[in-house]
Design a protein around this ligand. Structure first.
Ligand SMILES: [Zn+2]
Length: 292
């Protein structure tokens, strides 16, 4: 099964539903950044939420999630767009702790609980829309639920989960967002809450091979799910050698001259995907001409 997400409605259009499988996407991030299990879980939960939230944007819009709770992980940064493309990194990818008291990866300890979740949405206006809430849990699922309720004023339930294999690769990753649209009957919200208490965790459902459609059926019940759209999900960065060239040119001629004389070469590295780009002396000299 490839990674994808589905968007739809439930209970005759009163409830918005989204679910995603992100195993390969989070796997790509793990592989690129060499994240250790607790860091993989924190980054994977954030990327999964990011790509689902991104799917609610319009065509060219994009969003950035920044989380810093003062824990060893540092900052989690995730970019997502409306078309299922997501990228992300953490400041300290080699962060790992013993399992917590319920035998789960201790994401709260890695993230920390003293800080903010900040989400900025670039929706083509002069200024991006920025929402910010304090971290209330550090486990992230609850924090994203809180963000949607506080910042966007939409009663929601967010489930995000990642399971890591003993060799650090990703066994399961996925998530769902359930949102009560204005006017949703209280009985429906209560029924969904009861169901959420009974069903397995999102990571267990993905591990057991449930599709995003089947996950939504578990959450809102048989016969209630109406899928409106399906979208491929993948890790994709926007960096390139060409973009790195522009950045180097923008440093100016003095800096470039120094690189040519000191090292005779240069290397840039993308934070988001860890890709490195090499530039030899003649490439630097060509940039110097552009910069002058
Ligand atoms: Zn990149």
């Amino acid at each position: 099964m490839k990674d994808y997400l589905v968007k739809g409605l439930a209970y005759n259009g009163q409830v918005r539903i989204i679910a995603a499988r992100t195993v390969d996407t989070v796997g790509e991030a793990q592989h690129r950044h060499y994240t250790w299990p607790t860091a993989s879980a924190a980054l994977g939960r954030s990327m999964t939420f990011g790509v689902m939230l991104g799917s609610m944007l319009n065509n060219e819009d994009k969003l950035t999630i920044r989380i810093n709770g003062g824990g060893d992980l540092g900052t989690i940064l995730v970019d997502a767009n409306a078309n299922g493309k997501v990228r992300g990194y953490v400041t300290n990818p080699q962060t790992h702790f013993p399992l917590n008291s319920i035998g789960k990866l201790d994401v709260r300890r890695a993230v920390g609980t003293d800080g903010m979740v900040t989400i900025s949405k670039d929706i083509g206006l002069q200024q991006p829309f920025v929402g910010q809430v304090p971290i209330i849990s550090g486990e992230l699922g609850e924090d994203f639920t809180y963000y949607l309720a506080q910042s966007e004023q939409i009663p929601s339930s967010v489930g995000v989960g990642v399971i890591v294999n003993p060799d650090n690769t990703i066994q399961a990753a996925g998530g769902f967002i359930i949102q009560a649209l204005p006017g949703t009957a209280v009985e429906i919200i209560e029924e969904i809450e009861k169901r959420l208490d009974r069903i397995p965790t999102i990571s267990a459902m993905v591990r057991d091979g449930l599709t995003p459609e089947e996950i939504l059926t578990m959450v809102v019940g048989e016969g209630n799910v109406k899928i409106l759209e399906t979208q491929e999900v993948l890790f994709q960065c926007t960096c390139s050698k060409d973009r790195s060239t522009k950045v180097l040119v923008s440093l100016g001629s003095a800096e470039l001259q120094d690189m040519i004389e000191t090292d005779g070469q240069a290397e840039t590295q993308c934070h988001f995907c860890n890709e490195t780009y090499q530039f030899n002396k003649s490439e630097l000299e060509a940039m110097l001409e552009q910069a002058v």
